[in-house]
Design a binder for this molecule. Sequence first.
Ligand code: ZN
Length: 361
Amino acid sequence: MANLTALRDHNTAAVLRRIRAARETSQLELAEATGLTAQAISKIVRRLTEEGLVTPSGRGRPTGGKPRTLLSLVPQARWAVGAQLGRTALTVLLVDLGGRVAAAASAPIERGWTPSEVMDLLAARIEAVLAQVPRERVLGVGVACPGPLDQRTGVLHQATGLPGWDGVALGDELAARLDLPVAVDKDTTAGVLSQPGSADRAFVYLDDGLGAGLVLGGRVQRGARTNAGEFGHQVLDPAGPRCACGSRGCLEALCRAALDADRPDLAADLLGVGVANLLRLLDVDQVVLGGRAVLADPERWRARVAAALRARTPDPDWQAVEVTVARAGERAVALGAAGLVLGPWFGAGEALGAVLGAVLD
Ligand SMILES: [Zn+2]
């Protein structure tokens, strides 16, 4: 995978993150907030201004001395693409440094298309949104898709529901088509990056499949082979229906069977049982629900999962869990994929999902 961070150092990222979060700030405040010296701040701000990332935006109230020049981020100084490659459709978003979506495109994926045909289509849709901005301002492309995959190499491994994709180097193939850096991650991990939240949280994604993206201790959790969060394949009933993974009675298979039988309340209650297991195992305090199945009737799913958690937690007042629905809705995964590219610029690539949050607040 190409280097997405363009050698930006830790201090520069911290300054940029602070300017973005504050919307308007002064060099004095930046020094206080980051602990860097006035000299260091001055040097970093000068470079960021020369690169067009930061601009003077007015004058602050004097605090005894001379008026302070205020600084703000120039959101359109750089761009990222966030894409979701699903089993039946793809979505592409053009996102600025502020996390705002400037353009979007989508397309259905026809059954029987080869990976090469799908990647050609994805590249074409990405080029279409990129045509709107100067190429030299494009940082790269983040692509999210179903796992299993190797996030480090961008190679897919028997991704569920994507037959023929085993061993496809999605990251390299797209990078070659676009001549841009490309980062690949699981859809669930991208989802958990799509909005700010607590240091211990889960994004539970019920779409064609069912999985969870995890942030624990303030860090994204991917596991030894970058495939943590296969939440849908916890077995709730060993004698239950056959799952797409080959096992029986997986939570995903039970939810799917309930949905196919037009019993959405049962499906939501089953999901609640699974989320309660997750809570007991990992002690998260926020759960964000996403995916088409949930978004079709968000309040039903939110309320029933929250009720299941209260019923299955020993001390629900002490172990309170906030259950919400993804703020970016159907765009959550693609937006989080853009965050894979934008995050490192703000020093938050691995640690926080807050990068894209300000615009959603
Ligand atoms: Zn399964």
